[in-house]
Write a protein that binds this ligand. Structure first.
Ligand code: UTP
Length: 289
């Protein structure tokens, strides 16, 4: 049973400077909701009640966000802003959220290693704190279903266009069914034409405690950081690592262009903005050469 989730959120967010100089990129809002709140909601929707957020220097705002704010709640209650009051109460009660600080920013693999005492000998879900995946069935739920079948490490992957493989971590291996592959190859940002597939790792995982042994044996890799992908490669030589092609659309908020696209798509889906925002976009596009 997968009961716990780990959300790494300690990174510098250098791709989003200067916004991330003094605030966590995971708190960048899509319309009015911080990215990490969508991520926590996905875990909760998949039945997870225990979440460990890997935090770090300059990330206090995340803890404050998921805490109660009694003064604000009292003010909203007094002014009869019931909807907002309920929303604020809900954020404080979404899940049992724990925090641990990554002392030095040494990469995603290093961040995950901080979870070992919290997750113990249980499998756990990992959701990147800067990545929203929009789907009908929460992607974490899709992975848990695959875990129940294979009882081993599961990676969420998405199909990306052939000419864009060099932007992603790509996996290759043996296809077991339409959406399931046993992974034997991991290639970080392969040149176009040299990728083993067009399946990109999508920021959601179910990991088994074996990952901690693999992380201990993983030398520093790209950017002199401990890369989770390198540990997974090691792990795949010892036990099954499964790639599950998920149903859903991935939004990487840590990249400015994706952030803009996400904001537009999400705004067009919001009742109160859909019409006037679509009008604005049409007018704007008309003016483009
Ligand atoms: P990224 O590689 O996208 O985050 O990691 P980053 O390093 O902050 O990004 P750039 O390249 O500098 O812009 C994905 C997730 O893993 C967390 C990040 O906070 C992000 O949510 N992370 C990354 C950690 O928690 N610790 C790390 O050492 C690295």
């Amino acid at each position: 049973m997968v009961k716990k989730a780990v959300i790494p959120a300690a990174g510098y967010g250098t791709r989003f400077l200067p916004a991330t100089k003094a605030q966590p990129k995971e708190m960048l809002p899509i319309i009015d909701t911080p990215t990490i709140q969508y991520v926590v909601q996905e875990a909760v929707d998949a039945g997870i009640e225990d979440i460990l957020i890997i935090s770090g220097k300059g990330k206090r705002a995340i803890e404050d966000h998921f805490d109660r704010n009694p003064e604000l709640e009292a003010r909203l209650e007094e002014s009869e802003k019931d909807k907002l009051y309920n929303e604020m109460r809900h954020i404080g009660d979404m899940a049992n959220i724990h925090y641990i600080r990554q002392k030095e920013i040494n990469g995603l693999g290093d961040a995950i290693y901080y979870a070992r005492h919290h997750t113990g000998d249980e499998p756990f879900a990992v959701l990147l704190g800067d990545t929203i995946i929009d789907s009908v069935i929460p992607v974490t739920q899709q992975l848990i279903d695959a875990y129940d079948l294979y009882k081993s490490t599961i990676l969420a992957v998405e199909t990306v266009p052939e000419d864009k493989v060099s932007r992603y971590g790509i996996v290759g291996g043996e296809k077991l069914s339409d959406n399931i592959m046993e992974v034997t190859q991991f290639v970080e940002k392969p040149p176009v034409g040299q990728a083993p597939s067009n399946l990109a790792i999508a920021g959601r995982y179910i990991l088994t405690p074996e990952i901690f042994r693999a992380l201990e044996q993983t030398p520093r890799g790209k950017n002199n950081e401990v890369q989770l992908t390198d540990a997974l490669m090691l792990l795949s030589k010892r036990e099954k690592v499964i790639a599950d092609t998920i149903e859903g659309k991935r939004y990487d908020i840590g990249n400015k262009l994706d952030f803009l696209k996400t904001t537009v798509e999400f705004a067009l889906r919001r009742k109160e903005f859909a019409e006037p925002f679509a009008e604005f976009l049409k007018e704007t596009v008309k003016g483009l050469k």
